[in-house]
Design a protein around this ligand. Structure first.
Ligand code: HAM
Length: 416
């Protein structure tokens, strides 16, 4: 038997209603913030991620699903949503629209990581990107969206950790300090971080090796070296969060796993799902649009792992109501009645009622058992007598109450 590739999951009907519930809620709340949906390709030119996400990141250097297509082009399955959305923003001239441009997406992403609880090779992200605003109120706007989503879903045990990682101007000064601090311990760093030390030293904070983490523990933090402009911006973001009564925790250790961030970075972390507790990550990326070929244009956004979000909900006992799928089951006794049942079901469906009948030539008893299994709210039994007299009995399966009516009137008897 062929099984699904490692690190992928099937979302079967047993669980899909949970996804639909969460996705519907995400769309509804996000629309209330005036974000519009964007759909971009699953695959892009590899260069987009190399330039956008950064080739010293784990995501680009180790985790991408990259292949050469039949015309010798290097193609990559998107490991995240931001780079593709920025490309599309530019390619479709959205910078000429009234700003800010507010976009959201619900997409599958692909990363060749070691699968574990909450970490997959194909996973789904809900994300938003806002372009065109350098103002701290934009940072607070997207953070407040995450907060509202978590509140509406009933998720409580999640902490907002926030940090300021400055801009290229203050970062280059800081990088010198960091290199100075780590140079003496260089040989003890993992081979990847030895390379990162001169190319992109802040990345070392993001290394998964415990030795590197120990070596960098007491190193200076970007937060303490930001320029006045970056400090000002961040202080105002916190003021907006205070004004909106959003609690946060400043975590100077957050650098995020992608290179495009400037100033504000943040993560929403849960303790209830083990090591992969970051449910949502995001931040400001004021240089990315320009790096990908556009005119200078601010950006800020986040992405939430939907699998992780559902894990948190499951582990903290938040139940999602299962949608009822059958209003009425029309059981038939004999072939003649079955033809009539098909017509009744078709008419009920046309009227917007969720109707079902038998398709396995079952006995009446087995049909009723099946109706029970699919949780039909009502049933009707159709035999030659019922057809001849145009009289059927509609049974409420919950209360046991039965009511007689004509075939044409079935729909009016249902309280749904
Ligand atoms: P990220 O932190 O790489 O950020 O991913 C965002 C979220 O996707 C994570 O917090 C996590 O919940 C989920 N995630 C990441 N990798 C996996 C995985 N292997 N399995 C399951 N879930 C995963 C970004 O992707 C940025 N594009 C976010 C962003 C948007 N920043 C600005 N705008």
């Amino acid at each position: 038997m062929i099984t699904a590739p490692k690190g992928t999951i099937d979302i079967t009907p047993k669980d899909v209603y949970k996804w639909q519930y969460v996705e519907n809620l995400l769309r509804k709340i996000t629309a209330g913030f005036n974000f519009k949906e964007i759909r971009t390709p699953v695959f892009e030119h590899t260069e987009l991620f190399q330039r956008g996400v950064g080739d010293t990141t784990d995501v680009v250097s180790k985790e991408m699903y990259t292949f050469i297509d039949k015309a010798d082009r290097s193609i990559t399955l998107r490991p995240e949503g931001t780079a593709g959305v920025v490309r599309s923003f530019l390619q479709n001239g959205m910078f000429a629209d009234a700003q800010p441009t507010k976009l959201y997406y619900i997409i599958p992403c692909y990363r060749y990581e070691k699968p574990q609880a909450g970490r997959l090779r194909e996973f789904r992200q809900f994300g938003v990107e806002m372009f065109g605003s350098y103002e701290p109120s934009a940072d607070a706007d997207v953070i407040s969206l995450v907060k509202l989503i978590l509140n509406k879903l009933g998720v409580k045990d999640i902490t907002l950790n926030i940090n300021n990682i400055g801009c290229p101007k203050c970062r280059s000064e800081y990088n010198k300090k960091l290199i100075e601090c780590l140079e003496a311990k260089k040989d003890k760093l993992c081979p990847t971080c030895q390379e990162r030390l001169y190319k992109n030293p802040m990345r070392i904070f993001d290394c998964k090796s415990e030795i590197c983490q120990e070596l960098i523990k007491d190193a200076p933090k970007m937060f303490d070296s930001v320029c006045d402009d970056c400090k000002d911006h961040f202080d105002k973001v916190l003021k907006y969060l205070d004004a909106m009564e959003i609690a946060y925790n400043i975590d100077k250790g957050i650098v995020r796993g992608l290179d495009y961030y400037t100033k504000t970075v943040f993560e929403f972390v849960s303790n209830s799902i083990g090591a992969q507790g970051t449910v949502c990550g995001g931040g400001r990326y004021d240089n990315l649009v320009e790096e990908l070929g556009g005119k200078p244009c601010a950006g800020i956004g986040f992405a939430m792992g939907i699998e992780r979000l559902l894990l948190v909900m499951e582990n903290t006992g938040i139940e999602i109501p299962e949608e009822e799928t059958c209003d009425i089951f029309v059981a038939a006794l004999g072939e003649n009645a079955d033809f009539k049942a098909a017509k009744i079901v078709a008419d009920l469906r046309t009227a917007g009622i969720k109707a079902e009948k038998d398709h396995l030539a079952r006995s009446l008893k087995a049909q009723m058992k099946f109706a029970d299994k699919i949780k039909a709210k009502y049933t009707v039994v159709l035999g030659d007598n019922e057809i001849e007299n145009n009289k059927v009995t509609v049974k409420n399966m919950k209360t046991g109450e039965q009511q007689e009516t004509s075939i044409e009137n079935i729909a009016n008897m249902l309280e749904i």
